[in-house]
Ligand binder design. Sequence first.
Ligand code: AIR
Ligand code: ASP
Length: 318
Amino acid sequence: MEKRELIYEGKAKRVYATDQIGQVIHEFKDEATAFDGKKRGIIEGKGRVNAQMSDIIFRYLERRGIRTHHIKLLSENEILTWWLEMIPVEIIVRNYAAGSLAKRLGLPERTEMRSPLVEFYYKSDELGDPMLSREHVRELGLADEEQMDEMAAIALKVNDILRPYFEERGLVLADFKLEFGLREGRLYLGDEFSPDVCRLWDTETGEVMDKDRFRQDLGKVEETYAEVLRRIGEEETGITASVFISPKRGILDPAGQAALGALKSLGFDEVGEVRIGKYITLRLPGMEAERVMDRVREMCERLLANPIIEDYRIEIEE
Ligand code: AIR
Ligand code: ASP
């Protein structure tokens, strides 16, 4: 993978071309801005945290069926992704009132929403990211009706996946921003997922655990970013191995025979053979990928399978 020319520089990221067609590198910066760039500063280590957190969250979402631009983490502050033609609309999901919503509607901060809200904003620094109605999006030709529906539906699905995810890690997901883009005519989730683009509150203490610490000069900004990554990164080291065990062909399999007979008597005449096996998953925290295959094979040979009468297949997921 070769890093080529800079193709875009935003407030928090640089995007570079690569020698692979359609793939780009996102380099996350420590620079921070707020209030449409009026407040500026450096959050030491933010680039690293945001790249690594985006890697973890996007992989988690991918495993749960969300199509994202993510390919892989390349270094501590760089991610390889598919290049998307970005739609200049920010989709915000809110579980609690905070920030601009609390202000606009006069709601006390941290009022829980009856059900999650989805809002659209125009990604435009000159205009100060104004809120958009569906009519505004249509009028400006930013996205079509179908794309609007799909973006809103995906945003709510992401909320359903991530709210419990953060809850388990002692964090309330109060709100977040998503950006989408198109690749080969299909909608992909793009941009990043980090404390820069969401609000997180400590479940126990209520402490602010996101970019509001920078916006409101609450102090301990670097420490908070690092703490969020620590909480979500903990169980990320390590590998899951799946082992599929089935009786060897030609070996008598009484359970399979019984199921075959029962299926036939139910009229499933198309079935010629049934073999019934078992499925085992193993977590291997802190183990390097190269060693896992050999170790799990050894576990199969010595205990998990009976190599004389059973076949096994191992799948590894990082
Ligand atoms: N956001 C919106 N534009 C840029 C960002 N980062 C995020 C904020 C917050 C949510 O969207 O970080 O998590 C709602 O922001 P606001 O300002 O509308 O309250
Ligand atoms: N980063 C954006 C800005 O500079 C929005 C924010 O996070 O407050 O205004």
